[in-house]
Design a protein around this ligand. Sequence first.
Ligand SMILES: [Zn+2]
Length: 393
Amino acid sequence: MPIAKTVHKWTRIVPVRFLRAPDEADPSADSGNPEANAPDPDDRGFLPADQGCAVLPVGRDESVAEADIPETRVRLSRQDIEDAGVLHVVASDPDRLEVTVPAAGAALPAARKMMVKFKAKSAGEAYIEVRFGAAEGPVIHRLRVVVNPLRDVRLAAHVPTINGAAANDSSGNAVAARSIRTDGDIRNLIEDVNRIYFPHGIRFVLDAAIDRAGVLNFTNQGFVNDMTDEFDRTTALNRAAGAVNMYFVPQIGSVAEADQVGGSANSSRGQPRTFGSLIADMAVGGQTVAHELGHVLNLVKDSHYVHVNTVHDPARPGTGRDVRDDIVSRRRLMWAYTDFQIAGGMPYRDDVGYFFNGPGCMLTVRNLAGDRTDDEMAEVQRNAARLAAPARP
Ligand SMILES: [Zn+2]
């Protein structure tokens, strides 16, 4: 008797794929710091309806002279194809993208991982096409590139003095009343932040003067307990209108949680009058500051979630309860933690391209139906536009 329904599985070939290019010169380098011109491709979910390829966000500063527009870089990795297979890279719209590496007419090198560089010539979308055999050969893969014009958002930085009962951190060290950061430290952090947001067309512009005049009288010296009204009292201090207000403080959280919270923030959509961000001295890199600014720009936008990997839980205010832990979630800027907590043994999951144990900086461009934390680039752009708009009279 014939079976009711015949079922086959088929082989699907993936000749090449695109990857972030952390090192400007070395296409074999898989890990490195965030870089404005080496964006992280959103390479999740290749349904044909979504063009069947990864998508790369690219920033373009319209105030820069055309000749000085920097190259964007991305890597191409061979999967089901020999290193000797001749590959060319072509822009679908030369008015939007100009491929600079490899040089016009030249093939990619016969290597497993190859560098591709191009210049973004105008805002909008186009494809980088991978062609087989010749520049006019058949397209075997492509990358959707979204070029975003750069928008400035004002950022006012504050370094308040926090008076209160003398307190020690978890190492038993006395906590000072004020952050140890210099103005130069703060400027460097914001430069790091701008490397992360540039591909999405957002630049935070720090006020010329950093406010060091504010004084807060709280429970403990040097601590903001962000689970109490101390958060709103901090973001009200010397608040600049029409700006993101960011407060650099020694410690965030209760004394018992000292040294565990790197930053704290709320949404400019959800709390339009009190929104802002706190950054503790334990936050060493721009990733944490960029993450908090993600919250200010209303990420994660689905209110069920707190982060891409956690949902609301009254028992774990702020961070939330874990609902997933995978290498793509770890690569996303809105991952809940400052590290991966579990170290060693599995390099593929402990290094997601931003050095060992370092969470990544990817904001999603796609809006996959099954992922309510998605569509991050559009959301940060919408809210940055709202913040950058002139105040209504
Ligand atoms: Zn967070």
